[in-house]
Each structure stands twice: as structure tokens, then as C-alpha cells.
Design a protein around this ligand. Structure first.
Ligand SMILES: Cc1cc2nc3c(=O)[nH]c(=O)nc-3n(C[C@H](O)[C@H](O)[C@H](O)COP(=O)(O)O)c2cc1C
Length: 248
């Protein structure tokens, strides 16, 4: 068993890493990280997640271009190409269809189940990686081109890509992003809407964070508007439907 940091300390130290050393991840370390993912809880023991390890440089470049659609064509996400390992986590019902060709994967619940399981497994992978001194970042931007990515990775019917992950040895320390206070996100027994004063205070905390980190004037409310007050990946529904999901 490899030496690792305790789970709580690792989780509390999280920050997304987007700049990596050239150093590869040792096989034993990589295998341990994947083993941690394998042991993640899974809905109804369905084990409906597959991981595609993308080692092919040309495919990495194509995935980086797929991600770029998020920035109106601006090619960011250099870390998709430069990280030691790039993983794509897929919601996968192909093994279930193998045993039960009449499995009703078209219920929206099945896709939700797969997406939840992906998140749980992927977070296990990232936490294990961080506990071993690696860093990483989730890549949701690959959903800017789910059909193209699906083609690139040869995903069959019943399998859709949900999120990617860059992993490697960190080559920067971006610091931690301040989170909403526990008091705002945790209620007891009955949902408690956040107070405007608490939200405004947090908005200022985020503004301060961006000012200190990048000398830019950006607050959380603006980020929300930038992300949610626009058309959001309209091709997702027809794509997942083309793979057999979310028809009812
Ligand atoms: C599902 C998911 C998708 C994400 N997609 C991207 C992405 O495409 N590109 C990126 O640079 N960061 C991505 N992130 C990282 C978030 O931006 C980051 O977790 C968030 O800003 C909080 O920062 P922290 O992880 O450093 O605490 C993603 C995170 C999650 C959970």
C-alpha cells in the first residue's frame, strides 16, 4: 500500500490544478487511483461507469478543441494536452444491455443514476490522486461536443461521456477558492432559503478573491449570469437521446 495523506486533510486541501510537471504518473500510483475509483459506491450495484484513458496525443488535441467551444472558439484548456493522464468518465449501460437487451435505459432516471455514479467514482479518483501528491481538475467542457467526442472514443449505444479529468504532478499552487459558508448550504429538517445579506457577503468574498488572485473585477453573481443566463449546451438532449437515454 502506498503512503498517502489522510482523507479529511486531503479533502480540506483541495484546489483544482491546471498546470502540470512533465513527470509521468508511476504505474503503481495510477493503478491505486483507479482502484479507489472502482470501490466507489454505485447505485443498485449497477456499476454503470466506464473510464477511457486517453493517452493518444492526437486525440488529446481534438478533445482540447472540443472543450474550446466553451470559450466562443478561444483555445484554452492546454492542460488537457499537457497533463500526465487524461480520463473520460462515461455513464455506461452497455454491459447491462449485454445481459438484458430489453433494459429500459430510456427512462431519465437511468441517465441520472449513471451521472451520479460517474460523479462519485470520479471524486474518489481525484481524492485518491490528491492524497498521493498529485493534482487534477474536472473537465466538463468536453460536453461542448458530446457527439464528436463519442465518435472519437468509439462509444457505443447506451454510453455517454459525462466528465473528463486531468491528472498529474502539480506545477503551480493556485490557492483555494472560498466556498459558500456551511451555514448557507446546510439546513435542518426543512429547506432554509439563503438570506440576501449572506449571499451579498459571499459575493464580496469572491470579488475580493479574484482581485487578490488575478487583479480582475469579478464576483459570484456575474459568474452565475455568465454561466446560466444563456443557452446551455442545447445539443445535450438530442445527443443523449440518440444514445438511447432520456426519452421518458
Ligand atoms: C463537473 C465539473 C466540471 C468542471 N469543468 C471544468 C472545465 O471544463 N474546465 C476547467 O478549467 N475547470 C472545470 N472544473 C473545475 C471547477 O472550475 C472548479 O472545481 C471550481 O471553480 C472550484 O475551484 P477548485 O476546484 O479549485 O476549488 C469543473 C469542475 C466540476 C466539478
Amino acid at each position: 500500500m502506498l503512503n498517502s495523506q489522510p482523507a479529511l486533510a486531503t479533502a480540506l486541501n483541495h484546489r483544482s490544478i491546471r498546470k502540470f510537471k512533465e513527470q509521468p504518473i508511476e504505474k503503481e500510483v495510477f493503478d491505486s487511483i483507479i482502484a479507489a475509483g472502482q470501490m466507489a459506491s454505485t447505485s443498485s450495484f449497477l456499476q454503470n461507469v466506464s473510464i477511457i484513458r486517453v493517452s493518444d496525443k492526437a486525440k488529446r488535441t481534438q478533445i482540447r478543441h472540443i472543450c474550446a467551444n466553451a470559450y466562443q472558439g478561444k483555445l484554452g484548456h492546454h492542460y488537457v494536452e499537457n497533463c500526465a493522464e487524461f480520463l473520460v468518465f462515461c455513464a455506461d449501460t452497455a454491459r447491462h444491455l449485454h445481459f438484458a437487451p430489453d433494459a429500459q435505459i430510456d427512462w431519465t432516471e437511468v441517465l441520472l443514476t449513471g451521472a451520479v455514479d460517474v460523479g462519485i467514482m470520479a471524486q474518489n479518483v481525484l481524492l485518491a490522486a490528491e492524497s498521493l501528491g498529485l493534482g487534477g481538475v474536472f473537465i466538463g467542457s468536453l460536453r461542448n461536443g458530446m457527439a464528436e467526442l463519442s465518435e472519437l472514443l468509439g462509444l457505443p449505444h447506451g454510453v455517454v461521456p459525462i466528465v473528463g479529468m486531468c491528472l498529474g504532478y502539480p506545477d503551480h499552487d493556485p490557492g483555494q477558492r472560498p466556498r459558500l459558508p456551511a451555514d448557507v448550504i446546510v439546513s435542518e429538517n426543512t429547506y432554509r432559503p439563503a438570506a440576501d445579506t449572506d449571499l451579498q457577503a459571499y459575493n464580496e468574498t469572491v470579488r475580493e478573491y479574484y482581485k487578490n488572485r488575478s487583479n480582475i473585477d469579478l464576483d459570484w453573481a456575474t459568474q452565475i449570469r455568465n454561466n446560466l443566463c444563456t443557452e446551455i449546451r442545447p445539443e445535450v438532449l438530442p445527443f443523449v437521446q440518440s444514445k438511447g437515454f432520456a426519452k421518458k
